[in-house]
Design a protein. Structure first.
Length: 122
């Protein structure tokens, strides 16, 4: 359904959100598709297998949607994690999401991070 919407209305707004300056930002279907495809490629480079859990811990709606679509495109299973949870709660959610070793995670680290930054376990 998403791919069909991208093909039918690529410039139409897929997601909009308020900014800190009381304005709104938007992402078109084409932009969301391109961003999620780039992240999906990065996930596949980690040899993400079918249904492997990927933690998604982001604040902005556009970043969350980008990561969720990317994980689905890469055949993973996304684990939504509220970014404002305490660190020990986040660690518990990640460890409860499947077998170890650690899973890849999509996060935004501080103000210098990029939306959709991929952090892989070492």
């Amino acid at each position: 359904m998403f791919a069909r919407q991208v093909a039918l209305s690529p410039e139409r707004t897929a997601v909009a959100w308020p900014t800190a300056a009381d304005e709104s930002a938007r992402l078109s279907y084409a932009e969301l598709d391109a961003r999620s495809s780039r992240l999906a490629r990065a996930l596949r480079e980690l040899d993400l297998g079918a249904n492997v859990p990927v933690a998604v811990c982001l604040l902005r709606p556009a970043d969350v949607l980008t990561a969720v679509y990317a994980v689905l495109k890469a055949d993973g299973a996304y684990v939504p994690i509220e970014a404002d949870n305490p660190p020990e709660r986040i660690a518990g959610l990640i460890s409860d999401s499947g077998p170890l070793p650690a899973h890849p995670a999509v996060t935004r680290r501080g103000t210098g991070g990029h939306p959709g930054r991929l952090r892989a376990p070492r």
